[in-house]
Design a protein. Structure first.
Length: 428
């Protein structure tokens, strides 16, 4: 009874709120009481004639056999100990024609050590070159994926589903799949040869769609800095939608220190809609929460993200004992933080305008981080030149940029080409 009363089972971590989720697995208070009453009554058997069939559990593909299975060409060995490993595996798709994809499913070869995977498409041939230059299978993080197209990914706890509302991903002919897998050693040497399954559709996407991540790139430029012992460290970020859209799903990502995550949409008329709130964040269950009905968000809607982290010794999920200062980083013992909204548009131009605004948000965060480097000496020459440029723009020397000064700074940052290393925004 404890696991139902404390809502450990069935696993579901979105709190009840303003929107209903079509994939909600949580129990109602009435259902929890029914379990309690049944236990108190001595577990009486119901009508045998109404016994439902046993559920079927598949060891391989959960949503059916894919139309195409892309498997890593060579097994990759994950050592028993050491730091987390990021590895990019190049898998030729060998498509002779463009394809529309209605569902993608990831099948980890060694689920014990697979932390997550990100999918990219390469039409330039660069990924094959990087792979050929590396002696081991795939290539490491010393090569950038910025020139590749991002098309999504999988985290621990993500359940595979078909895209709703007739939406599709696009894969051009000749594209290679670049599967970036994050491994976390668990004390035992493991061999991984994961696969990605694609379910194709004979119809194109019904509408343009993309993801709106607040803040972008999993909070890489958020400036996350959580001091050891801090039991309630808050990170907040906002984004104003430049175009009308309809949101149909939401997803959150962080590591082990997160405990509360929220995304609220405030409409231009002042009405607030809580799109997601979880007060029991669990790294092992990173759901895609699908809305029962699309939520209309007009242009001018402000998205407010909040994440609370607990870096104290009393946090049972804290991976470090005693606690240490934690910043943004790729290791499991580092932190990240963002909430991602999936949204569809009426036109491609609306989607592209949203991408442009997200890039501006990322550049503004970059400017904020540059200001924090002003007292530092040495380091990256390009960044040091950017810092000097910001100081020159601060005409009244008040250690902050006015709106006009910041607008000029944004133009400068866009022109210096440094932001390209962060890769594309959203889905193309």
């Amino acid at each position: 009874m404890e696991v139902t009363e404390d809502r450990t089972m069935p696993p579901w971590h979105a709190d009840p709120g303003d929107v209903k989720f079509s994939n909600d697995r949580s129990l109602t208070p009435q259902q929890i009481k029914l379990f309690a009453d049944w236990v108190a009554a001595g577990h009486p058997e119901g009508d045998p004639g109404e016994t439902p069939p046993l559920p079927e559990f598949h060891e391989d593909w959960q949503i059916g056999k894919p139309d195409q299975i892309a498997t890593i060409a060579e097994p990759f060995t994950v050592p028993a100990e050491g730091k987390d490993i990021y590895r990019n595996f190049v898998i030729p798709m060998n498509l002779k024609e463009d394809k529309w994809v209605e569902a993608v499913e990831f099948l980890p070869g060694a689920p014990e050590v697979v932390h997550h995977i990100l999918y990219f498409l390469d039409t330039t041939g660069k990924a094959r070159e990087y792979d050929a230059q590396d002696k081991r299978p795939g290539f490491g993080m010393n090569r950038s994926n910025a020139d590749f197209r991002y098309i999504g990914g999988w985290d621990v706890g993500t359940q595979p589903t078909e895209l709703p509302h007739g939406l599709r991903w696009f894969i051009p002919k000749g594209a290679d799949l670049v599967a970036q897998i994050h491994y976390h050693p668990n004390g035992k040497e493991m061999t991984d040869q994961s696969s990605v399954g694609f379910h194709y559709s004979d119809k194109p996407t019904a509408r343009p769609w993309t993801i709106v991540q607040v803040p972008p790139h999993f909070g890489q430029l958020q400036g996350i800095d959580i001091k050891a012992g801090d039991k309630e460290h808050l990170e907040e970020a906002s984004f104003i939608l430049p175009e009308d859209c309809e949101a149909f799903a939401v997803n959150a990502h962080a590591h082990y220190l997160a405990k509360r995550m929220e995304l609220t949409a405030t409409l231009p008329d002042g009405k607030a809609i809580r799109l997601l709130r979880t007060t029991r964040w669990d790294f092992r269950w990173q759901e895609d929460y699908s809305f029962e009905k699309p939520v209309k968000l007009p242009a001018g809607t402000r998205l407010d993200m909040l994440i609370s982290y607990d870096n104290s010794a009393s946090n049972p999920n804290n991976p470090t004992s005693p606690p240490k200062d934690v910043k943004w980083g790729p290791q499991t013992t580092d932190e990240m933080g963002s909430i991602t909204l999936a949204a569809m548009f009426e036109t491609k131009e609306q989607k592209e305008a949203t991408h442009d605004s997200l890039r501006i948000l990322l550049i503004n965060q970059f400017i904020d981080r540059l200001w924090e480097r002003r007292a530092e000496e040495g380091g990256n020459g390009q960044l040091q030149n950017a810092v000097k440029m910001l100081e020159a723009l601060d005409e009244d020397k008040d250690s902050k940029l006015s709106p006009d000064e910041r607008k000029t700074a944004i133009g400068f940052i866009q022109g210096m080409g440094y932001m390209k290393r962060f890769g594309p925004i959203g889905f193309e």
